[in-house]
Design a protein around this ligand. Structure first.
Ligand SMILES: [Zn+2]
Length: 435
């Protein structure tokens, strides 16, 4: 099956192709086979279907490299608190009342929100991840999933085993849309011996590790008190940074930490909205980019954001670095857009698969409706999208060549069903206890 999307402007995020005015994209099955001008496509090109994209801007599917989809239940719950108080007093007790089957609907709610905002791939770390995997499979989106791990305690070996089984059941499923990593929560919830077991499992499975790292000053101070070194150095000494590491936050870093992250090619999920909302601080994005570290964008869960918009994170990533460093040249729109696309793909280890609209890559494509006042006058699409855009501008979305949204209508997800299921779960989890 070949589909031609024509009459579109294109931000390819491909170095060679750049920005294309009035071009077209040809999709064959799950792959992009051409992006460029119609003249270059040639008259002999054949296709089964034409989509007229007039008034639309095509961009690669956006990548959300750190979230907890099932935490969509806690949107609007426990606001305006610091991280540890928020986790210990409100989020963790409420999570104890969640049941496994709930996670399917909560994940679908988050996935629906992400697709509507042009996010086609995300990295998740949480419990009940089999349910999230099923939601990824059913919705058609792309997910890199990890079972959140804490220990040692009475259940920590079960959690490791669940992560292993998750990998066995789901890694490569959905035509490779689903990948599985190992998900140690953080250095303050995982002891050194447990982290070593986590590292062993990741090596055995040949997969990456997704972890929260140096999120708050308190995390760093406590780690220094307990182990005499920073969380980054701690992981380094445990041999945990040797493979593919996706580290969320990385707000409080010394220059030694930054050098370690560069030397070990650790990929960062920068989560500006969550860091601001929880009062955690502002990550040293300039120092990371100057060292050539891969910095991508994550929303974190809906409880600490409160939405899952990568378009919003792009604007924040650009704006807060400028303000914090008193330097307007920092994180220009073009780099914010790289963070949300090509760097995001690299953070997930999917740089050969997604992240740009290049021939040979999977057809994860987003059409943004630019026929709106805030995109006029038509001009530099990167700055328009980053500084003026919002999630509601997304019109159509393809993942792996399959259309998941058309003219703002989700094709694989029944929103009314999700809303009613989520309301039942909300009443069950929040209606009792002290929530
Ligand atoms: Zn998180």
């Amino acid at each position: 099956m070949k589909t031609l999307i024509k009459n579109i402007d294109i931000l390819t995020m491909d170095e060679k192709l750049g920005q294309i005015q009035g071009g077209c994209i040809l999709i064959e099955d799950d792959e992009i086979v051409f992006a460029g001008s119609e003249a270059d496509l040639g008259e002999g090109a054949d296709y089964d279907k034409i989509e007229d994209g007039r008034g639309m801007l095509a961009i690669p599917g956006l990548v959300n490299t750190h979230t907890h989809t099932a935490m969509s239940l806690f949107r609007g719950y426990a606001n305006d608190l610091p991280l540890m108080k928020w986790l210990e007093e409100l989020i963790w007790p409420a999570e104890d009342r969640l049941e496994e089957a709930d996670a399917y609907w909560l994940s679908l709610l988050a996935i629906a929100e992400m697709i509507r905002g042009g996010v086609t791939a995300f990295a998740d770390m949480y419990m009940f991840m089999e349910q999230t995997a099923q939601a990824v499979l059913d919705s058609g989106v792309r997910g890199v999933l990890a079972r959140g791990l804490q220990g040692p305690d009475g259940k920590s070996h079960n959690r490791l085993e669940e992560n292993r089984i998750l990998w066995e059941n789901w890694h490569g499923e959905g035509d490779d849309r689903i990948q599985v990593m190992v998900g140690p929560h953080a250095v303050y919830t995982c002891g050194p011996s447990y982290l070593e077991e986590v590292g062993d499992l990741a090596r055995k499975l040949g997969t990456g590790i997704h972890i929260h790292l140096s999120e708050t000053r308190q995390e760093v101070d406590n780690c220094i008190k307990e182990y005499g070194k920073s969380p980054v150095r701690h992981l380094y000494d445990l041999g945990l940074l040797d493979g593919h590491i996706l580290a969320a936050h990385c707000v409080h870093l010394s220059s030694e930490d930054l050098d370690i992250l560069r030397d070990k090619d650790v990929r960062i999920a920068h989560c500006p909205a969550s860091n601001l909302k929880l009062g955690s601080g502002i990550a040293p994005v300039r120092e990371m980019l100057d060292r050539g570290i891969t910095v991508s964008l994550g929303t974190d869960g809906a409880a600490s954001n409160n939405n899952l918009s990568i378009i919003k994170e792009m604007a924040l990533a650009a704006l807060i670095s400028k303000g914090a460093e008193e330097d307007a040249t920092l994180v220009p729109a073009s780099i914010a857009l790289e963070m949300a696309t090509s760097y995001g793909a690299r953070a997930l280890g999917l740089e050969d698969t997604i992240g740009s609209l290049s021939p040979g890559k999977k057809a994860d494509i987003v059409l943004v409706d630019t026929h709106k006042p805030h995109y006029q006058p038509r001009g530099d699409w990167a700055t328009h999208l980053v500084y003026s855009g919002h999630s509601g501008d997304v019109d159509s979305v393809w993942v792996n060549g399959r259309k998941l949204m058309e003219k703002k209508e989700l094709l694989t997800i029944d929103l009314d069903r999700i809303y009613s299921e989520v309301e039942n779960i909300y009443n069950k989890v929040m209606g009792t206890g002290n929530g």
